[in-house]
Write a new protein. Structure first.
Length: 594
């Protein structure tokens, strides 16, 4: 028997002294195409009563918020929390990481019915309004007054009912598309790994054996994320015109084209030597360094009281010890005058190329021939696989307790699981950073900003004709002061847009003005960004694109260059606060200082 799968959503009050669910909506995902067949209720008790008659999976889009009300209710109703994943009657469990990432809640009601709550935002990392556009769903995200007085027993209005129905149907219809494609895991990255394992078959375990926790820990020390930096020469200044380029599927292109690790590694004292059987290595190195003239800094030191975690160092006077791949080490030595004090041993790996090609070919074809939701799913399957290989084996959970009439969390029993193959994540991210950094370096006079897979370049340089790089879609080697530019080819640089002026404040904080006058595009959210992640605001004086990490998009898109240079305080930075009954959103404010 196929288990019932539904989507639900809560509407809650906004006052800490009266925190409760005032309305809920829920739809069976198999019935969501038949029209407005959404069940509506008025309080949390009626919701829990309604779902307790049939075992099922229920998705919320942001389980961390809605799930807080469910846990509060369960604990007040004397349900007992257990850390194992098979709760018995009158028990519940949760899968909440030590970093407070919510994945699931499972409750076994007194009648034996088992309901699992999951987070659809872990499957679709988009707000509901963008899901509707991306999946071409008829229903659209509505608006209501969240702060209106709604006392207990409030009768839901027609406007409120329509709002609830649309929210639930948008998520349900989009999620049904994913489930119909066999994407049934808890997260999009887990879906990607499951799909790859299916294609790889028995060879997966041969290529990617489970390594010991200690070995994995040493390898994991070399795992780093993307590369984001403004040029020191232009930081904090309003620049002139420029162009932005993004790599077409950066991480998939690395997985397709680069030499990647596999198999059991071997340990070497000192600096591992590259050999034909073992051409890759990860090593611990102790060194000092000074950036070469006119070079982009690319060494970042984390968890040090002497260095800023987010800054790339220009000079390292006191010896530091870092682990890195041979790709990182070669890049560092090209950009810095390094004094190597010691190589402290490392792991050598066999190398292979093409192990992901069948998987990437499949999803690149889907991406190229599809639109809307199917194209979004293909992009997710392409981009989410690499990170799953480096999943942290430490899965110690956060566990809830009711204290001082409020649900609080603390670390549960230390829990470890087998690593997947962290070295794969190490080398994929190393190659990705190298591609971006070396591209920025070869265009150093024009380099203004980089963010993982993008370059922002000031005018004065023009790419070579696309035709010169498109002979049967296999172009020649890229010459200095050039990029391999092509709108679609895997791994090439795509010209995204031009800007008239820009202000690069720091990593993950910049603004670009795309037009000096009226924007040519009628709908501002269609200006740039196919996933609508960079909506713009039309205002007198131009169309701005603003990105500031930690600042809500709806706040950031109202800014201009003056806000960066003069500094301002903003409202609209909503944070969750735990109170009796669940959570409320409290405006923590946001101060812009550069």
């Amino acid at each position: 028997m196929v288990q019932r799968i539904s989507v639900a959503d809560f509407e809650t009050t906004t006052k800490a002294e009266d925190c409760r669910v005032w309305a809920w909506g829920m739809v069976d995902i198999e019935k969501c195409r038949s029209g407005w067949n959404v069940e509506i209720g008025q309080d949390l008790k009626s919701f829990m009563d309604y779902i307790s008659d049939e075992s099922q999976i229920i998705y919320f889009h942001n389980l961390r918020f809605d799930g807080a009300f469910i846990i509060d209710w369960l604990m007040r109703e004397r349900y007992r929390f257990v850390e194992d994943n098979r709760p018995r009657r009158g028990e519940f469990t949760s899968l909440i990481s030590s970093q407070n990432q919510w994945y699931s809640l499972t409750v076994c009601f007194d009648n034996g019915v088992r309901v699992e709550f999951r987070d659809s935002a872990k499957k679709m990392r988009l707000p509901v309004s963008v899901i509707a556009k991306t999946f071409n769903i008829f229903e659209k995200k509505g608006k209501i007054d969240y702060h209106a007085e709604r006392p207990a027993g409030h009768v839901i209005t027609r406007e409120e009912r329509a709002y609830i129905v649309n929210d639930v149907l948008i998520v349900a219809k989009a999620l049904k598309n994913q489930l119909d494609e066999g994407m049934t895991k808890l997260t999009s990255s887990a879906d990607a790994l499951a799909e790859y394992k299916k294609l790889a078959g028995k060879s997966f375990n041969d290529y990617f054996p489970v390594l010991s926790q200690s070995m994995d820990g040493e390898i994991r020390d070399a795992y780093r994320g993307g590369f984001t930096i403004p040029s020191k020469r232009f930081k904090g200044k309003i620049t002139g015109k420029g162009k932005t380029f993004d790599v077409n599927s950066l991480y998939p292109s690395v997985m397709y084209n680069k030499l990647l690790p596999y198999g059991e590694p071997i340990f070497s004292d000192g600096l591992p030597k590259k050999t034909a059987p073992y051409p890759l290595f990860i090593v611990s190195v102790t060194f000092t360094a000074k950036l070469k003239k006119d070079h982009i800094p690319c060494i970042q030191i984390k968890n040090s009281r002497f260095h800023n975690d987010v800054e790339y160092q220009e000079e390292i006077k006191d010896p530091v010890t870092l682990s890195c791949s041979n790709v990182d080490l070669e890049l560092w030595m090209d950009h810095y005058d390094m004094v190597i004090l010691s190589f402290n041993g490392g792991w050598s790996f066999k190398g292979c190329q093409g192990v992901f090609n069948d998987y990437i070919d499949k999803w690149m074809e889907v991406k190229a021939t599809s639109e809307g939701g199917k194209r979004f799913m293909a992009k997710g399957m392409l981009n989410d696989l690499y990170g799953k290989f480096a999943t942290n084996p430490d899965v110690t959970p956060n566990v809830p307790r009711l204290e001082d009439d409020v649900v609080k969390f603390s670390l549960g029993t230390e829990t470890m699981r087998d690593p997947i193959y962290t070295a794969m994540g190490v080398f994929i991210t190393s190659y990705a950073r190298e591609i971006t950094i070396r591209a920025g370096q070869q265009l150093y006079p024009y380099f203004a900003y980089a963010d993982t897979d993008s370059l922002h370049l000031l005018d004065g340089w023009e790419p070579a004709s696309t035709d010169e790089h498109c002979k049967a879609c296999h172009g020649p080697a890229v010459h200095p002061m050039d990029l391999d530019v092509h709108p679609h080819r895997l791994g090439a640089w795509k010209h995204e847009y031009d800007f008239q002026s820009a202000f690069f404040a720091r990593s993950k904080a910049y603004a670009e003005r795309h037009y000096d006058g009226e924007c040519e595009t009628p709908e501002h959210e269609e200006c740039f960004g196919e996933d609508h992640s960079a909506c713009h605001e039309h205002r007198a004086g131009g169309c701005y694109e603003v990105h500031i990490s930690g600042m809500p998009v709806q706040v950031a898109q109202g800014l201009t260059f003056d806000d960066f240079t003069n500094g301002r305080e903003f409202t609209g930075n909503l944070k969750q606060k735990r109170v009796p009954g669940g959570v409320v959103l409290v405006d923590a404010g946001f101060t812009l200082k550069f």
